[in-house]
Design a protein around this ligand. Structure first.
Ligand code: ZN
Length: 258
């Protein structure tokens, strides 16, 4: 369903719309856990399974993110073993504050866990010095963008709060990519840098000459004429291809577009 415009969403902190309360995403055994603190290494601490309240559509879409991350772990793991998805760290969903959280149309992700040494933490790995971990974070944001139009993260952070979580919302539907949106440009920039070796790429959301060059490089490496700004299905195909390479810790060109 279409949610109200951004100006309406930010005009009030009053909660609205019906909601559901769940402690799982996609399947009953894939639980959510609340992040209560950070440990000495800056990683989120998630002591227990927790229920969150949100709009039914957001529960469904967030479930599709988890479904896709589960598939990526099985089919495109970063090592020779299949990764089995376990649980998701969350900082909040329906919250009576200005923005899409007040409709339950947003959720804040903090951690995705496949196994004991198989996870990605949103407070650390987006700017990690280790490319394999930045790639895993990229796999997550590309997967989020398949199902949500707005994805805020450590390199797309208009209010300075997203260094420690990924915010997704349905204020914008999962439409075709649009180079006027930081959500869409930053993912392409990140993929050009960490999948296609464009090491000097700035991840700033600005679709200027450098980003044009990076996008052309990615298109060549991916060997595709599909335009992600054409139709929503084309945007999703790009996000899916980026996510597969990023999850598997492979350079662009290893896999083909479906
Ligand atoms: Zn949020």
């Amino acid at each position: 369903m279409p949610f109200p415009s951004s100006s309406q969403a930010f005009a009030s902190s009053k909660c609205g719309y019906a909601d559901v309360t769940r402690n799982w995403l996609y399947e009953d055994d894939l639980k959510m856990r609340y992040r209560t603190a950070f440990n000495g290494n800056g990683y989120g601490v998630h002591p227990s399974v927790t229920s969150f309240t949100m709009h039914a559509e957001i529960h469904d879409r967030a479930g599709r993110v988890i479904r896709d991350l589960r598939t990526l772990g099985r089919d495109y793991p970063p090592d020779e073993n299949e990764w089995q998805y376990r649980w998701t760290g969350v900082a909040g969903a329906k919250v009576c504050k200005p923005g899409y959280h007040r409709y339950g149309a947003a959720i804040d992700f903090t951690k995705f866990v496949w196994g004991p040494d198989q996870w990605v933490d949103m407070a650390v790995h987006g700017k990690d010095s280790r490319r394999r971990l930045r790639r895993r974070y990229l796999a997550v944001i590309a997967t989020c963008r398949k199902h949500f139009g707005t994805v805020l993260h450590c390199h797309n952070d208009p209010d300075g709060s997203h260094w420690n979580h990924i915010h997704v919302d349905r204020g914008r539907q999962a439409v075709a990519l649009d180079w006027d949106y930081g959500t869409d440009v930053t993912i392409i920039q990140w993929a050009a840098r960490d999948l296609a070796g464009f090491s000097e790429m700035a991840i700033d959301g600005d679709f200027g000459p450098q980003t044009r060059e990076g996008f052309a490089l990615l298109r060549d490496e991916f060997d595709t004429d599909v335009d992600p700004t054409d139709r929503s299905v084309d945007g999703r195909a790009w996000m899916d291809l980026i996510a597969r390479h990023a999850m598997a810790d492979e350079n662009a060109g290893k896999y083909k577009m479906d």
